[in-house]
Design a protein around this ligand. Structure first.
Ligand code: CS2
Length: 479
């Protein structure tokens, strides 16, 4: 334990105006910082009640220090810490769901935002709709006043607000999913319709669900980070977050009852975020996942380590130039080549210890919007995307949970058992790849039945088996 005093709030906490679901590192490095800055600069009652839907970690880190935490910007000159005071309370939903619903039903709460990761939306990848057979959704439909999911809590709170005649809140998804607002709207209305058609109609008519694009590279905080910060500041702060200086927030301007002036912190309010979302999901997250799987298999610990290998840096350039940028429409004001050049610099940042293992998590939930859509678009335009196909083959090897040295990989994925079984199907690359492609909760049938894709991903899988990730990347960039 530290001999340093615990960080704590000095002065009054802001009045609450936002409930946020998913108080993880990204939320603290992103939403909480923007909102803190708005209140510092322009005031406003935008204090945040943070709600963890599962773990007590964030609550146990934040409550003892009044919700205040340290945001550390990792700059070339070193660490730049600043204290963030926008979080006022932190709840652990399973401990007291009724208090969470009450907090969301408070008439002063105008926004419910969320960073619940891709799997938090309980969407069936096959239908793209709310999965009514998802065990937590089944539970919440049977126990609507004692929910477990973001969908369940939003509908219970909206029902409470409707019941006492107050307007709804705006629901603001902040996860790496295309059209995340549209997705949240569809899932919440579908869930509500199972319970009460009139409630569902009220939500559809009165509630707004703006989509957003969010971007700030934020590695998981380590104990070493906490210790180093304590030495730097003299305070013990287990809730601290470390992140790059870059950040970008593009938000559809569609709010029921106002919003913080996040644009004072550089956020952009637009009519549609679709082009920004596609640019970011494909250019950043697509290459992130590519580097994570192939880089991990090649033995690299962090993204900076991976792009420090010239062959992997060259692979990124090929992906951006030949396989990703051609599938995109540039958002207004953005130059895609320049955007990717800036990504290259961001990935190279040695101060950002962003582990390939962390980014490799939940690939079954990430691949469709980061890689598979881009691959399908390439094929639709007569292009064989060999780099992205190698990335998919790399993922297949990664989820086989044995690395190139024969050591176990700690694969974190909701479908890890299913994926392991697919990797053990038969003894040939073709049989294993076929088993993966039959997983229609990941691979759209059109792509899984594309003979060219099947042929090339099988070849890539075989090349990885024979030559390893470094050999396979070297071969690809030498073509
Ligand atoms: C990363 C993202 O962990 C991952 O999957 O690709 O968290 C990435 O760091 C952010 O989207 C950057 O904005």
């Amino acid at each position: 334990m530290h001999d340093k005093p615990r960080l704590n709030r000095s002065g009054a906490a802001p009045k609450i105006g936002i409930v946020h679901l998913g108080p993880g590192a990204f939320f603290r490095a992103f939403n909480a910082c923007y909102t803190h800055e708005v209140m510092e600069k322009t005031g406003g009652d935008w204090g945040i009640v943070a709600v963890s839907l599962q773990s007590a970690t964030a609550r146990d880190q934040l409550e003892p220090q009044g919700g205040v935490f340290t945001s550390v910007t990792l700059e070339a000159e070193g660490w730049n810490p600043s204290q963030i005071g926008s979080i006022v309370r932190t709840f652990v939903a399973p401990e007291d769901p009724k208090s969470v619903i009450a907090a969301m039903a408070d008439p002063n709460v105008k926004i419910v935002s969320m960073t619940i990761t891709e799997k938090g939306y309980c969407v069936s990848p096959v239908t793209g709709e709310l999965d009514l057979d998802h065990p937590d959704i089944v539970h919440d439909l049977l126990n609507p006043n004692n929910p477990r999911t973001a969908v369940g809590f939003c509908v219970a709170a909206l029902a409470a607000r409707r019941g006492v005649g107050i307007k709804p809140f705006t629901i603001l998804p902040c996860d790496n999913l295309p059209s995340n607002g549209t997705l949240a709207r569809a899932t919440i209305i579908k869930f509500a319709r199972q319970l009460d058609r009139e409630l569902a109609d009220w939500i559809a008519e009165t509630t707004t669900f703006p989509s957003t694009m969010v971007d700030r590279i934020t590695p998981a905080t380590t104990q070493s980070d906490i210790d180093q910060l304590a030495d730097l500041t003299g305070y013990h702060d287990p809730a601290c977050v470390l992140h790059e200086g870059f950040r970008q927030w593009v938000i559809e301007d569609d709010f029921v009852d106002g919003h913080p002036a996040w644009d004072v912190g550089g956020a952009q309010f637009v009519a549609s975020v679709e082009a920004h979302e596609m640019m970011k999901l494909r250019c950043l997250n697509g290459t992130h996942s590519t580097l994570a799987y192939l880089g991990y298999l090649a033995g690299y610990e962090t993204i900076a380590d991976v792009v420090g290998d010239p062959d992997f840096a060259a692979l990124c350039e090929i992906l951006w130039r030949d396989e990703i940028i051609p599938t995109l429409i540039p958002p207004d004001g953005e130059n895609l080549a320049a955007y990717c050049a800036s990504l290259s610099k961001r990935f190279e940042n040695p101060a950002i210890q962003h582990r390939t293992w962390q980014i490799a998590m939940d690939g079954s939930q990430k691949l469709p919007q980061r890689l598979l859509g881009t691959i399908a678009d390439n094929f639709d335009h007569g292009v064989q995307p060999s780099g992205l196909t190698l990335a998919v083959a790399g993922w297949m090897h990664y989820v086989g949970a044995i690395d190139e040295n024969g050591d176990k990989i700690d694969v974190r994925d909701p479908l890890s058992d299913t994926l392991k079984a697919a990797s053990e199907s038969g003894t040939t690359s073709a049989s294993k790849v076929t088993a993966f492609l039959e997983l229609d909760e990941i691979f759209p049938k059109k792509l899984a039945h594309n003979a060219l894709f099947v042929e090339h991903v099988t070849q890539a899988y075989e090349t990885l088996a024979k030559r390893g990730a470094k050999g396979a990347v070297r071969a690809l960039i030498s073509q």
